[in-house]
Design a protein. Structure first.
Length: 368
């Protein structure tokens, strides 16, 4: 029995005691995140977050987008100037439009027209040769199944509700989405998780259900924070856990209306996305402070281009155990003798410190 066949569908239930600690952790981390992002960094973090969400949401479905084209589409619509703009496409412009609509117009009510407009932009008509999906339309009368395996012996992972009940089911979902914003006893983050599960279970479109689902989730999260921007990209964390994502969806859609396991997975993944941004900010701060210290010391001789490149790689978290002389050679593309000389200079200038027993085991790590 599919979850939508349960008699009480969609009256979901869950164990508050199990999810409340995770909700508190996310809210704490969201507060930390807002405190760490300076006002001068807001526009840059916003742009990077939207790019990451668009690119990774498509990657979850196995589609590779050109990140530079996505960046230029978003930059054009945000009025952000670029030194070297990249050519955009109807698809990347459409993805930019629907992302900005979901986030910037978070206070606007949801409607079926709005969802279908997003779908039309997701599948531009001028790309129908490459993808025959007609954007802006609900799926047809054929059964909608998620299958894998051989054509003659397919494994059915999920079957969506029949087309005959879809219109009424979508009306019910949209009414709940708009009314639940004011539901005092429903945590906004739990609401985002329910939004995700409910819409993807209805599977109302021939293609693009996952991407529209994650867009609705971003809309719900923007409403949860009462702001048009958030600085974490949940699709990045979902992609990292892609196999687990489909596993938890499948088990939930084949289970009861107790969605506690789904909520725990969703909230843990959301917390991971927030933590990922916190880590990036800490890394950026550490990098800035490192170069400020270097600049103040007025090093003589000044650092070479190769030395700066290697230091930046170390600051970005590469070579967590330190970099060896042979690795320096490869990264900097210099001779063995030059690598040895450069590393000795960096140690003398207190940028790096030696570790290890000497010889081939020697590693060089940053002086923090």
């Amino acid at each position: 029995m599919w979850i939508w066949q349960q008699q009480e569908w969609p009256d979901f239930v869950w164990d508050h005691i199990r999810i409340n600690p995770l909700l508190r952790q996310i809210q704490f981390n969201q507060g930390l995140l807002l405190g760490k992002i300076g006002t001068e960094s807001v526009s840059q973090w916003t742009l990077e977050t939207m790019i990451a969400n668009i690119v990774h949401s498509s990657a979850i479905e196995g589609e590779t987008l050109n990140a530079l084209s996505v960046r230029s589409s978003l930059a054009n619509k945000l009025g952000v100037s670029e030194e070297n703009p990249y050519p955009t496409t109807a698809q990347t412009d459409g993805l930019a439009d629907i992302t900005l609509d979901a986030l910037q117009n978070w206070q606007q009510p949801l409607s079926l027209t709005r969802i279908l407009d997003w779908h039309a932009l997701l599948f531009p008509s001028n790309q129908a040769v490459f993808n025959p999906v007609i954007g802006g339309k609900l799926r047809g009368d054929e059964p909608m199944q998620v299958v894998s395996g051989r054509l003659d012996k397919p494994t059915v992972h999920f079957e969506a509700p029949p087309r005959g009940t879809l219109d009424q089911s979508l009306t019910q979902f949209i009414e709940w989405f708009n009314q639940s914003r004011k539901q005092a006893d429903l945590d906004p983050l739990v609401r985002a998780a329910i939004t995700h599960l409910w819409f993807v279970t209805l599977h109302p479109l021939d293609d693009g259900n996952g991407r529209i689902t994650r867009l609705l989730t971003d809309l719900a999260l923007a409403q949860a924070e009462h702001r048009s921007i958030h600085f974490y990209a949940m699709s990045v964390s979902i992609l990292e856990r892609r196999k687990a994502y489909y596993t938890i969806l499948e088990s939930t859609q084949q289970g009861s209306l107790d969605i506690t396991p789904w909520l725990l997975w969703f909230l843990d993944t959301l917390n991971d996305a927030v933590q990922h941004t916190l880590n990036n900010i800490e890394q950026t701060i550490a990098k800035t402070q490192f170069w400020l210290r270097v600049d103040r010391r007025l090093l003589t001789p000044t650092l070479t281009t190769e030395q700066v490149k290697v230091l930046n790689r170390l600051l970005d978290g590469d070579f967590s155990d330190g970099i060896s002389s042979s690795q320096y050679q490869k990264v900097a593309k210099v001779s063995r003798a030059t690598a040895t000389r450069h590393l000795a200079q960096l140690v003398e200038q207190q940028c790096l410190v030696k570790t290890g027993a000497g010889g081939r085991s020697t590693r060089y790590v940053l002086v923090r």
